[in-house]
Design a protein around this ligand. Sequence first.
Ligand SMILES: CC(C)CCC[C@@H](C)[C@H]1CC[C@H]2[C@@H]3CC=C4C[C@@H](O)CC[C@]4(C)[C@H]3CC[C@]12C
Length: 281
Amino acid sequence: MLPAVVKLCCGITYPHLRSMAGLQRTAIAAIGQELAHVRQGGTISLPDWPSHIGWPWNTDSRGEFLHQCFELSYVQQGQEALRKALEIVEDKNGWKTETIQENGDVIYSKVLPGGRKVFRLEAVLEASPEVLCDVLFVRVEEMCRWNPSISHIKVLRSVGAETMVTHEVTAETAGNLIGQRDFLSVRHCCKQKSRIYLAGAATHLESFMPQRGFVRAEDGPTCIILQAVDDGSRRSRFTWLLNMDVKGWLPKSIVNQALPRAQADFTKHLRRRLTVTPMQR
Ligand SMILES: CC(C)CCC[C@@H](C)[C@H]1CC[C@H]2[C@@H]3CC=C4C[C@@H](O)CC[C@]4(C)[C@H]3CC[C@]12C
C-alpha cells in the first residue's frame, strides 16, 4: 500500500509541493505521518521512475521531498492537536471544580469518554499574551531554567515560526510519585484576533525512539489559551488544558492527584518567572 501511495504522491505533487493548498496538502501531510511510522522500522525507498520522465529526482530532491512531507505532517498534527484540545475545553458539560488555590486559580477536571481525566487550570497572569507566548513557546528551551519540574527541553525540529517538535524530560524531584518521564511532542502556536493558542500533542520522530531508562509519556492533545483581560492590558487570562497519559503502571488515584499538583506548581513557577526583571531574563 505505502509504496503505491508514495508513487502516486510523487507523481502528482512533486512539482507543486511548495504551492500546495487544501486537500493535496492534507494528503501529503497524511503520507508524511505514515512515512514517519514506516521510517521507525527501517529505511524508505522512493520509486525511481520520476527521473525517467525528466524530473530532477536525485538524492537531494528525494530527500527534499521527504523533508517537505514530514514538515507538512507536523504542521497538520499541530493544527489537529489544537482542534481536538479546543473541542474538549470549549465543551461546557461535565466539568467539576477540583481545587481552588489561595491565589484564586481554579483547577477543574473532567472525565473524557474512555475514562481519562483531564484538568483545566484557569488563572490570571501579570503579562500580556505576547510576553507569555515568548516565555512559553519561543523560549521553550529556557523552561528548565525556571521550572524545577523539568530537567531538559530541546527543540528537535522547527517548521516555520509556529510549529516545532520538542523533547522534554521531567525532573526527578522529591515527592514526585510518578517518576521521571520523557515526552516527544509537536508544539504549535496560533494567533487569532485577541487570543494566542499554544497546542501540543505526542508525536513520532524517526531516530528518536523512547530512551532506555525513561518511560515515554504522552502530552496532549493539549492547549493553552492566552487572552488579554481587557484591551491593551498587560494581564492575561490563562486557560490550560492538561491532558496527559503518564504511561507506566500506576494507580489512577495517584496520577489524578499528581497532575493537578504539577499544573499548580508549573503556574507558580511561571508567575515567578514573570516577575524577574528583563535584565535577569
Ligand atoms: C506529573 C508529571 C508526570 C508531569 C509534570 C510535568 C508537566 C506538568 C510538564 C512536563 C512537560 C511540560 C510541558 C513542556 C512544554 C510545553 C510547551 C509550552 O509552549 C507550554 C508549556 C508546556 C506544554 C509544558 C507544560 C508542563 C509540562 C506538561
